[in-house]
Design a protein around this ligand. Sequence first.
Ligand SMILES: Cc1cc2nc3c(=O)[nH]c(=O)nc-3n(C[C@H](O)[C@H](O)[C@H](O)COP(=O)(O)OP(=O)(O)OC[C@H]3O[C@@H](n4cnc5c(N)ncnc54)[C@H](O)[C@@H]3O)c2cc1C
Length: 290
Amino acid sequence: MKPAPFQWHAPETIEEALALKAEHGEAARFLAGGQSLVPAMNFRVAQPAVLVDLARISALDHLEFLADGTLVIGAMTRYRGIERDAAVARRQPLLAEALAEVAHPQIRTRGTLGGNLSHADPASEMPAVMLALQAHFLVRSASAVRSVAAETFFVGPLATVLGEDEMLAEIEVPPLPPGTGTAFLEVARRRGDYAMMGVAAVLRRGADGRCVAARLALCSAGPIPMLAVQAAQGLVGTGLTETDCAAAAELAVQEIDPMGSVQASPAYQRHLAAVLVRRTLAVAAERAAA
Ligand SMILES: Cc1cc2nc3c(=O)[nH]c(=O)nc-3n(C[C@H](O)[C@H](O)[C@H](O)COP(=O)(O)OP(=O)(O)OC[C@H]3O[C@@H](n4cnc5c(N)ncnc54)[C@H](O)[C@@H]3O)c2cc1C
């Protein structure tokens, strides 16, 4: 399959890219790793008249920990660079653990975190992970900059709050306080496939070992990445025992809205969610204790 004809621009600065987007509006799309956009163009599901290729903008390709522990990742940072970063594995292990489940190594070599989040596939791992980690996204247009909480960024399948003149420029992940344990588990038909259900958990224990904070986010569990707020709240104050995790799993299943797919009915997805939430919480609880 071949894409419809398009104009290609390869700006070298963020400002030039944003000016091109402002000029061409809806007719233009940013090209990041191309792992979702190019197949869509080849199938002619997407037919942008103009591609603004972000690959030459070095200011979008960076990863660093700030003095306060916040992890800042440029939108064009490839999955592979994040997955292989030793400091990320140590200080934000949930990211590294979940990235290993995203597609195949070849796709992770090209695909970018910014492209993934902007694509907003509800089956995708990273959006759920960003919700669990309470990340913020730096969104830029030619005339303004704003910070958007991951929780409000996704508005529907393949839809975000990004305006037609806006770019996702940076991802900010706050540090994990001491006593925190994280875990990500998913079930997919084959390794590298999109998950039929995926669960990200962040748990924090206080000095007495009881849970003082909990976040639980799921992918493939609704039209957007889903936060299981009641389930997480129910864990606070508990000892994170097997019974506590099982009770949270029951609550989480009521909070999700799985849409089903060719691989899994909504009923089967709910079953997977119940099992996975329990298991993911158990792993995170053990890690928080360690
Ligand atoms: C076989 C296969 C299996 C896959 N399996 C998985 C999987 O298991 N899990 C998973 O999460 N993904 C999976 N993917 C998708 C992959 O992760 C994509 O790379 C990712 O979703 C898009 O990232 P990208 O950098 O390639 O973006 P692109 O494809 O270049 O762009 C995606 C969309 O985002 C827009 N965009 C890109 N960057 C920006 C920006 N900075 N600001 C605003 N808009 C922007 C583009 O205009 C486009 O609309 C799979 C893909 C393939 C081909």
